[in-house]
Ligand binder design. Structure first.
Ligand SMILES: [Zn+2]
Length: 776
């Protein structure tokens, strides 16, 4: 029986800090919250990847002992810096020392700043360039970005002949390039050619500045060498060509020069590094860090294993370690990133020389960074983790950039490696997935697909799983969401372990799974689709096939309320129960109520909160149910509306009939005397229109069908219609929405007649931002 997982929202870090664009973007506090709920402090936790320094440090700070296997020396350094941050004054002193250090009798600061001299295009005064803008493969910069003190203005102006000439002067800087190479790979190293390719990420002037700085490292006062390395690491990333211009929110994955990019001022990057480290790390108390086999104190800390998890497994097999039992595993799953891994090998060489880099620099010649390859890599790591963990050990993995390939790679590799998936909690709008496994109680050889699972082919099994899930959520969903539901279901029956050949490699199984997913979704009559293109499954929304959905609706005694509407109900209930609640508290409560694949989006919670709640007092961030939404007030409103409708109908010469349906709706009908119904009105206080427009009473209703609701629901309904094309098209099929206020006005309007009824109804659009919405 699998265990449901509550999504932990956490908090997005305000300052991602140096190298943040390569690290898994996961919220803070998630790992610590998850551990606190299940382990007592002092327990050992295994971190198999060490991809997120924040996650490891946060868990150690919460009182756990983290064993982190970190193969990448840059990732190790990041981890040490996060655990024991240099203070701002330490960084400032380091920068000051560096500024007065000398090269050939000249001080470094004026020397390096001098590389970026230019002239203001407006007033012709000397300026220091912040960045040159380059077009890919050009031989000179195209424009210059600077602040002119004389004009007191920020400018981007075309580069002059002088700027071109100065850039040209560095183009023949072979000496510096050779020095930069030598730090990474000695002359006879077979990886030297790959290191040289990676150096193309730096322009010659930058290379000159960086080598000048790196040359200072070894003679730098020992006390500040670590701070200098921290500053240089940040500068190494700031000054490469992976900064497109104009700036785009971008997380580089490949070493590809953007079409237009910045050559940033190296000295200014150093100054920026002081601030960036200070803001992102703050000044918390340090966390103890040891190198394996030394272990941190029971009060919490980090034990770094400088190698791959597999080596640790071998030690365990030979009885030479590890001496602890991890009570949980926790990780931010790394995604393949050629840029980060290759640059890490370069940077590690620059900071510590090629000897320190020997074990890691093999990443330089790695050429495959696709999902198939990644499945294989994850599988290998998870196999090692399986050996290191006791049966049943909970294993939580966080993904910060969820996409279908990543998801298949993660779920497939863990399943193959002997981990039983418990649950997956998703917030796809934020790219987040939180996945809980347990190290299987059974040995790898004892895990088999159930007989039923084996009988059904993979595409058919996927189709069934996805249709079941759609029925449960009662609304269309995106491909990534449904893919997660499919994989969740397939792992429960171990269907993914079935294969004609048990030796099939993980990468091959990834390919088979991707093909089966594709086949399941594009099968004729398997699903209906809203939007999207035939080229990609990952666009538009998916729903049950038309014929199938209808048959279900007729059979169903009660239509399944959509997940969105269930969440709305819960928000209202919570606001009633907990006056003075904050959005964050509400979010947590909702995530407990709707676990795993049912986790509500924060946006939906916010929309519901704004519809039913009022911030009281204003600016306090605490919310209460709006007075007009108090249950007694709304009951009175509903009765009032029914009575108005009834009076107005009678006045217009109709017979009025009130039906209370089994599912709790009040339908008020206006009938021609002795004849058919002319209008039907549904009076509601919520934004839950789905149950009305999809319910089967639709069939005996007249063409004029109206839902009467409070004006306060308009925005929430608009939000729902924008998200759910199925709801939108059902509503467009002859429904009108009327606000309470408008109905009151109509009832008071003595000029109202049967003839002008339509026109008067049209006068008060509920939401007029989108003219296509039938909201009146
Ligand atoms: Zn100027």
């Amino acid at each position: 029986m699998s265990e449901p997982l509550t999504y932990y929202p956490g908090e997005n870090p305000e300052h991602p800090g140096p190298l943040g664009r390569y690290l898994p973007p996961i919220p803070e506090g998630v790992g610590a919250a998850w551990l606190r709920e299940r382990l007592s402090v002092g327990a050992w936790v295994l971190e198999p990847f060490g991809a997120s320094p924040r996650l490891v440090v946060e868990a150690a700070r919460a009182g756990y002992r983290l064993m982190a296997a970190v193969n990448n020396p840059i990732a190790r350094f990041m981890l040490e810096l996060h655990a024991n941050p240099p203070t701002e004054s330490e960084l400032r002193t380091t920068l000051a020392d560096l500024a007065v250090a000398q090269k050939a009798g000249e001080r470094l600061e004026p020397l390096l700043r001098g590389l970026y001299h230019s002239e203001c295009a407006e007033c012709h005064q000397p300026v220091e360039v912040q960045a040159f803008v380059w077009e890919r493969q050009a031989s000179a910069p195209s424009s210059v970005i600077y602040h002119c003190a004389q004009c007191n203005e920020n400018y981007e102006r075309p580069a002059s002949a002088h700027d071109a000439a100065r850039a040209e002067r560095f183009a023949s800087g072979e000496l510096h390039k050779a020095r930069a190479l030598e730090r990474v790979t000695p002359l006879d190293d077979p990886d030297r050619g790959y290191a040289e390719e990676a150096l193309a990420m730096y322009l010659p002037r930058t290379m000159y500045a960086l080598v000048t700085l790196v040359n200072k490292l070894e003679s730098f006062p020992l006390a500040h060498r670590r701070s200098l390395a921290a500053l240089l690491l940040a500068v190494f990333d700031q000054t490469n060509v992976l900064w497109p211009h104009p700036a785009a929110r971008q997380r580089p994955r490949q070493l590809t020069t953007p079409p237009r990019f910045l050559e940033k001022n190296t000295w200014q990057a150093l100054e920026g590094a002081v601030q960036s480290w200070t803001l992102s790390l703050g000044s918390p108390s340090p966390v103890p860090v040891t190198l394996w086999p030394n272990i941190p104190p029971e009060s919490g800390g980090i034990c770094i294993y400088e190698g791959r998890l597999k080596d640790l497994t071998d030690q365990k097999r030979h009885g030479t370690g590890p001496i602890f039992t991890a009570e949980a595993a926790l990780a931010a799953l790394p995604r393949p990133n050629q840029a980060y891994w290759t640059l890490s090998a370069l940077w590690a060489g620059w900071l510590w020389g090629h000897a320190a880099n020997a074990a890691f620099k093999s990443v330089l010649h790695r050429r495959r960074y696709d999902w198939e390859w990644h499945t294989e890599a994850l599988y290998s790591a998870m196999r090692s983790l399986n050996v290191l963990l006791a049966p049943g050990t909970p294993t939580m993995c966080l993904i910060g950039e969820t996409e279908p390939g990543f998801f298949s790679a993660a779920l497939l590799s863990a399943e193959l490696a002997g981990f039983d998936l418990q649950d997956v909690a998703l917030r796809l709008e934020e790219g987040q997935a939180q996945i809980l496994w347990r190290r299987s109680e059974a040995d790898l050889s004892e895990r088999h697909p159930s007989a039923g699972a084996r009988a059904q082919n993979l595409p058919a099994a996927i189709q069934t799983a996805v249709q079941d899930h759609l029925r449960q959520i009662g609304e269309p969903a995106s491909y990534p969401h449904l893919q997660a539901a499919a994989l969740h279901s397939l792992t429960q029956s171990h269907r993914l372990l079935a294969s004609d050949d048990p030796e099939t490699p993980a990468a091959e199984r990834f390919k088979q799974l991707s093909a089966a997913l594709e086949e399941a979704f594009v099968r004729p009559n398997a699903f209906s689709r809203y939007g999207g293109s035939s080229r990609s499954l990952d666009t538009g929304l998916w729903w049950l096939p038309g014929e199938f959905a209808q048959r279900r609706a007729v059979q169903a005694t009660e239509p399944r309320t959509s997940l969105t509407d269930r969440i709305e109900t819960e928000v209202v209930r919570t606001l009633q129960k907990v006056p003075g609640i904050t959005l964050e508290q509400l979010d947590e409560i909702l995530c407990v109520g709707f676990t795993g694949l049912f986790t509500p989006s924060l946006e939906l919670i916010q929309e519901c909160l704004e519809s039913y709640g009022i911030e009281h007092p204003p600016g306090s961030r605490t919310w209460q149910l709006r007075p007009e939404d108090a249950p007694s007030t709304r009951r009175a409103d509903l009765e009032g509306m029914k009575s108005l409708l009834s009076k107005t109908g009678t006045r217009l010469g109709y017979q009025v009939e009130l039906i209370e349906t089994e599912d709790g709706h009040s339908i008020l009908k206006w009938l021609e005397p002795g004849g058919p119904a002319a209008s039907a009105f549904f009076v509601i206080a919520s934004a839950m229109i789905g149950n009305i427009v999809f319910s089967q009473h639709g069939e005996d209703l007249p063409t004029r069908r109206m839902i009467i609701l409070p004006g306060g629901r308009a925005r929430l309904i608009e939000y729902k219609l924008n998200r759910d094309p199925r709801l939108r098209s059902a509503l467009q099929d002859g429904w009108q929405l009327i606000k309470f206020r408008h109905l009151r006005r109509l009832a008071d309007d003595m000029s109202l007649k049967r003839e002008n009824l339509e026109k008067l109804l049209d006068l008060d659009p509920l939401a007029n931002r989108d003219p296509q919405l039938p909201l009146l």
